[in-house]
Design a protein around this ligand. Structure first.
Ligand SMILES: Cc1cc2nc3c(=O)[nH]c(=O)nc-3n(C[C@H](O)[C@H](O)[C@H](O)COP(=O)(O)O)c2cc1C
Length: 202
């Protein structure tokens, strides 16, 4: 085994070890809204479930040289965001939303996504995603870097409304094959659902 002290690695080297090992990662496509009403969209793979009671999820948004990305800034200002699950049918457009545009420009114009009004939050969702979660920001925790200069913001969202495509909804469950989720590996590599198997719990 090769043993490495993370403190001896650069930020980039740590990133490579993490994103090459913690795979596959689900991809949240997140919409937020700026104070001037611009709808922002961007993908995030540092994303997971935190709790099912109440339903909460986490997204870690890295800062760029100490500056918030639009997603974090909008979520912190408005206290709301919408999370969409990336699937095979939308992954190309999800990728387009990773473009680094100025805060006053919406990534949605680079895509075929259709904004749709949400029920419990002011931020619109995107109609083409088969699953989307309207979220209220429950906690925002600045992490890493130094105290005065955090490297990222861990956003914890409480889901206040689920939207699920009827075609993949069966008696309270999601059809995982119908969802066709796409996950991120390292760099520009992605994966679809692979070979599945069941294991009985001991
Ligand atoms: C598939 C994918 C996953 C990504 N995951 C993350 C992530 O977890 N955290 C992060 O800070 N940036 C992540 N990025 C980069 C952001 O999407 C990118 O910085 C984007 O421009 C941020 O947009 P915003 O400034 O509009 O929020 C990811 C990019 C891609 C393509």
């Amino acid at each position: 085994m090769i043993s490495v002290n993370p403190e001896n690695l650069s930020e980039r080297e740590n990133y490579k070890f993490l994103t090459g090992s913690i795979i596959p990662r689900p991809i949240a496509l997140i919409t937020t809204q700026s104070q001037s009403g611009i709808v922002n969209a961007a993908p995030f793979s540092f994303f997971n479930i935190v709790s099912s009671n109440p339903p909460m999820l986490s997204v870690s948004v890295q800062r760029k040289k100490g500056v918030h990305k639009d997603t974090a800034r909008n979520a912190l200002e408005s206290g709301e965001f919408v999370v969409h699950i990336t699937d095979e049918d939308i992954v190309d457009d999800v990728n387009q939303t990773a473009a680094e545009l100025p805060p006053g420009e919406s990534e949605l114009f680079l895509t075929k996504f259709t904004a749709i009004a949400s029920e419990k939050v002011a931020v619109p969702g995107l109609q083409e995603a088969k699953v989307r979660f309207e979220c209220k920001l429950e906690h925002a925790i600045p992490l890493a870097g130094s105290k005065d200069n955090p490297g990222c913001d861990l956003l914890i969202g409480r889901i206040v409304c689920y939207h699920i495509d009827e075609g993949i909804y069966h008696e309270g469950r999601i059809d995982q094959f119908g969802l066709k989720p796409v996950a991120r590996l390292a760099g520009q590599t992605y994966t679809k659902l692979g070979e599945l198997f069941d294991l009985k719990r001991p």
